[in-house]
Write a protein that binds this ligand. Structure first.
Ligand code: G3P
Ligand code: MG
Length: 239
């Protein structure tokens, strides 16, 4: 079972910052998950909320700001004074700090009505860094997954969903989505779902697993990846 830091090792460092990603790798994790959005001038930045308020104290939406306006914001001190001055990173900066053998799961944060082009920008960045084939790109916005499949057929697509989705493999087939993995919330996941996903040729990556015993239980279900704020707690009993 692989262990991916959720927004980096976000239990130990401010989420979606270079410090959180480095920490996830330092703790022996196999890689990390991160969230991406586009700024008004089309730069792909790593941030979870639509608004910058919670992490930087600035009451603005990312989509309304240029990268130049975001670059100097402090996205670290809300978490701890020790991280004051941590910037909101660009996706290309995070890819550059990640060794090629580590796994990156890029979660596309997109809404109906967002300016189009985030999917194209992400694919271009991954391609430029030779990471198109092994990066997992997931989204709750399944229209984004469809677009990604059209522009980059070899991409590893992950279907994100919350709650219970009945027979997600049938849904994906019906919608023409060629998936690599299912990304369910861990609390809705059963051993039977994992078994059936594997029969359908799909891997299972579940989130957000912060308890070591639960990680071991999920491992016994056959889960392929856990996404956690605490990568050190979730080390698998079988490597
Ligand atoms: O990709 C798994 C997880 O990150 C999805 O939820 O809201 O933390 O992005 P959220
Ligand atoms: Mg996420």
């Amino acid at each position: 079972m692989l262990v991916l830091g959720h927004r980096g090792a976000s239990g130990y460092a401010p989420e979606n910052t270079a410090s959180a990603f480095r920490k996830a790798l330092a703790l022996g994790g196999d890689g990390f998950e991160l969230d991406v959005q586009r700024t008004r001038d089309g730069v792909v930045v790593v941030h979870h909320d639509w608004s910058l308020l919670r992490t930087t104290g600035t009451p603005s939406f990312i989509a309304d700001r240029t990268y130049g306006e975001i670059a100097g914001l402090d996205a670290g001190s809300w978490f701890s004074e020790a991280f004051r001055g941590e910037p909101v990173p660009r996706l290309d900066d995070v890819l550059d700090l990640t060794p090629p053998d580590r796994i990156v799961n890029v979660e596309i944060k997109s809404r109906a009505g967002d300016a189009p082009g985030l999917e194209e920008s992400v694919v271009a960045l991954l391609e430029a860094r030779g990471r198109l084939e092994e990066t997992i790109v997931s989204s709750f916005n399944h229209a984004s997954l469809r677009r990604l499949g059209e522009i980059a057929p070899s991409l590893r697509l992950g279907l994100l969903y919350d709650g219970v989705l009945l027979n997600p493999w049938d849904y994906a087939r019906r919608e023409g989505l060629r998936l690599y993995s299912l990304h369910p919330a861990e609390e809705y996941l059963s051993a039977d779902q994992v078994r059936r996903a594997h029969e359908e040729g799909l891997r299972v990556a579940c989130w957000t697993v912060n308890d070591g015993d639960r990680a071991r239980e999920l491992e016994s279900f056959g889960v392929d990846m856990v996404i956690t704020n605490y990568p050190d707690r979730c080390r698998p009993s079988r490597p």
